[in-house]
Design a protein around this ligand. Structure first.
Ligand code: MIC
Ligand code: SF4
Length: 649
């Protein structure tokens, strides 16, 4: 090496992918980076809004490498609304060069992993579990629909300059445990808050003991940590998976350089993992199966984007082979994709599951989002999905526990929580060849180009997207609601029975904060009529959970101009900014205590504060306090204009 030649820095996987996609900012200096997005995905519940916003950008066709529109959330079709949304999405896909995955094809994240994910690429999806793609070595990030629209139009996506935590895996999982127990272990250490801005990167000798679907289970539920994303290297296991999916050419090797540094490193010994479960009502509320053993169970639901791969459902079939589920427990199974169903049909697993008394459900999100299969009053429901927020199952009084497929299957046989290590089933080997059938992906031949002149089909439930207005100089406002810590987007904008209004903001806005204060909508409109703005006051970790931008867009529609919180989660914070709502953090968290719902608040010179250092003085009754919004220059512009859409010429 020449004397003055700069030695290249040893990079971890995260830094390699980011460096290859960096278009704005310097990781050494700036707090925000712009990265180029190769692939995008949308699902129907967030997709309609994303595409309505994309349409208003006036771009003839998508400009990124690959855009896929999946239909997997709203597939129950009670009433015309869901089906109308599907037609709208199909026509948009045809016109703009997007691949369209029909309802019944499967769950977006499972399908994307199987058919499109590529190591080393970036993926942006309008769903918080997009990091599933990290299992195949992608930087895959969840975001609001409008951010996906911008990426499809060729624009960059902005992330906080990440800190990378290296999670070194050593050893091998004991029989009866699986990837779900690993991520529950990670959640027990890091919790569901305080991880904003981090990327979790897995490395070490234990990585090769996990197949790609298992890695994807771990990165999928990284969403519950609140990290930007999680990523695994792309190694010989990834190569084998892609070859088995007839996509050998999509493989590249991607591992951390020798000596690569992380901002923090922790080691997990897989051989010490034991079966875990997340107790009600948070994915971070971890207990051991051993402790809960013997608890009576009423319902067991297996599937969702976390645990619906062939490996997962085959494991369940092996455990139930020749047996029957307990009389007083209902068991539902939703596979992740048609590929999974076809494989289970071919190897006899499907027949085993039917014979064992399982209810076979559609390959879709279904139960996970509370679209159906709500448990009975006060039920204990064991589920293999990723979120157990109160009421998400559709039954407020239900006690939902998140478990591995192994624990679910063992418990199904007795109707009580069982430790799967007692009678572990044989490990399912990674398939040598997956059956390929892409027939339910439409418009593959016109991908990226689109079909000019295609007419967009718009049913009566598809309403135009409201635009924000520029931020006023000062605000006279009302504290429209005061909520506690860990308020999720399911509290702000419920899904389940309300999901069908995703494409109709005036209608959906009627349900903002329905689980916390059903009068929120009416009160907000009355305040607006009286010339007052609305403000949301919240505790720690406000906006946990989903990427649904409706949790910002609908409040914007109801005249919410600011959120005052102790802390705000990444995706929701970005969504607030995209819709012109100022995300303020209390300078002194104690000021939260003194505020009451219905109280008048005055933000003098709020516009100047946003333009300047972000600090605002708030008058509330006789007292005053300060709060700060830390914004990049790009974010300031969006807020001042009244949001991203309003900022476009
Ligand atoms: C979820 O799991 O909460 C969802 C439904 O998939 C959401 C997206 C949505 O609200 O449509 C997510 O995770 O982003
Ligand atoms: Fe669908 Fe549930 Fe996954 Fe969300 S978490 S994408 S609702 S399966």
């Amino acid at each position: 090496m020449k004397k003055n030649m700069k030695k290249t820095e040893a990079l971890n996987v995260t830094r390699k992918i980011i460096a290859a996609h960096l278009v704005e900012g310097d990781p050494a200096k700036d707090s925000e980076l712009g990265i180029r997005i190769d692939q995008t995905l949308t699902q129907d519940a967030t997709g309609t809004m994303a595409y309505l916003q994309f349409e208003s950008m006036d771009v003839p066709h998508v400009r990124n490498e690959l855009a896929v529109s999946y239909v997997d959330h709203n597939t129950v079709q009670i009433g015309f609304e869901n089906a109308d949304d599907h037609d709208f999405l199909a026509s948009v896909a045809k016109k703009y060069g997007i691949i369209y995955s029909k309802a019944g094809n499967g769950i977006c994240h499972q399908l994307h992993l199987e058919r499109f994910g590529k190591p080393g690429k970036t993926l942006l999806g309008s769903d918080s579990h997009t990091p599933t793609g990290g299992g195949i070595g992608m930087i895959a990030i969840g975001a609001g629909g409008i951010d996906i629209a911008v990426a499809m139009a060729g624009g960059a996506f902005h992330i906080p300059t990440p800190k990378v935590r290296g999670i070194k895996l050593v050893g091998k999982l004991p029989k009866g445990t699986s990837a779900k127990d690993v991520i529950l272990k990670v959640l027990s250490t890091y919790g569901t808050k305080g991880n904003v801005g981090w990327i979790f990167e897995y490395f070490g000798p234990g990585v090769k003991t996990l197949d790609v679907p298992s890695r994807a289970t771990i990165t999928n539920m990284g969403a519950e940590l609140g990290v930007t994303t999680s990523v695994f290297p792309s190694d010989s296991v990834t190569k084998q998976f892609l070859a088995a999916q007839c996509r050998a050419k999509d493989w590249v090797e991607l591992v951390a350089d020798k000596g690569a540094k992380y901002d923090d490193t922790v080691t997990i010994d897989l051989s010490k993992i034991e079966p875990l479960m997340a107790a009600p009502h948070s994915p971070g509320n971890i207990v051991t199966v051993k402790k809960m053993k013997g608890t009576k169970v009423n319902q067991i639901m297996i599937g969702s984007c976390t645990n619906s791969s062939y490996r997962d459902i085959r494991t369940v079939a092996l455990a139930l082979k020749g047996k029957h589920v307990a009389d007083d427990v209902e068991v539902g199974i939703a596979c992740g994709s048609r590929q999974v169903v076809n494989m289970l049909a071919a190897d006899g697993s499907l027949a085993i599951l039917v014979k064992a008394g399982c209810r076979i459900l559609e390959n879709a999100c279904g139960f996970c989002i509370g679209a159906h299969m709500s448990p009975r009053t006060g039920a204990v429901s064991l589920r293999t999905n990723n979120r157990n927020f109160e009421g998400r199952s559709g039954t407020k009084s239900a006690q939902v526990y998140l478990v591995s497929p192994e624990t679910a299957a063992a418990s199904a046989l007795t109707g009580k929580v069982e430790d799967p290590r007692k009678k572990p089933v044989a490990a399912v080997p990674a398939p040598k060849k997956f059956p390929i059938d892409d027939e339910m992906f439409l418009y593959r031949k016109t991908a990226r180009k689109g079909v000019k002149g295609t007419e967009i089909v718009r049913g009566p439930n598809i309403a135009p997207v409201p635009k924000g207005v520029p931020l006023a100089e000062s605000l006279k406002a009302v504290c429209a609601i005061k909520v506690e810590d860990k308020i999720t987007t399911d509290h702000i904008m419920p899904a389940g029975a309300r999901l069908k209004f995703r494409s109709n903001i005036p209608e959906y806005a009627k349900f903002v904060f329905e689980p916390c204060d059903p009068k929120f909508h009416d009160n907000c409109l009355a305040n607006v009529k009286a010339g007052l703005a609305n403000v949301i006051v919240a505790g720690e970790s406000y906006g946990q959970g989903s990427s649904r931008e409706h949790a910002a867009l609908c409040p914007m529609y109801l005249g919410v101009k600011a959120v005052l919180a102790k802390s705000i989660e990444r995706i929701h914070r970005a969504n607030l900014i995209n819709f012109g709502i100022v995300p303020f953090i209390f300078d002194n968290a104690k000021d939260y205590d003194s505020l009451k719902a219905g109280e008048k608040l005055e933000f003098a010179d709020i516009r100047k504060a946003v333009e300047g250092d972000g600090k605002v003085t708030v008058k509330a009754g006789g007292k005053t306090f300060t709060a700060t919004t830390s914004l990049s220059d790009r974010e300031k512009e969006l807020i001042l204009a009244g949001g991203l859409l309003a900022s476009l010429k």
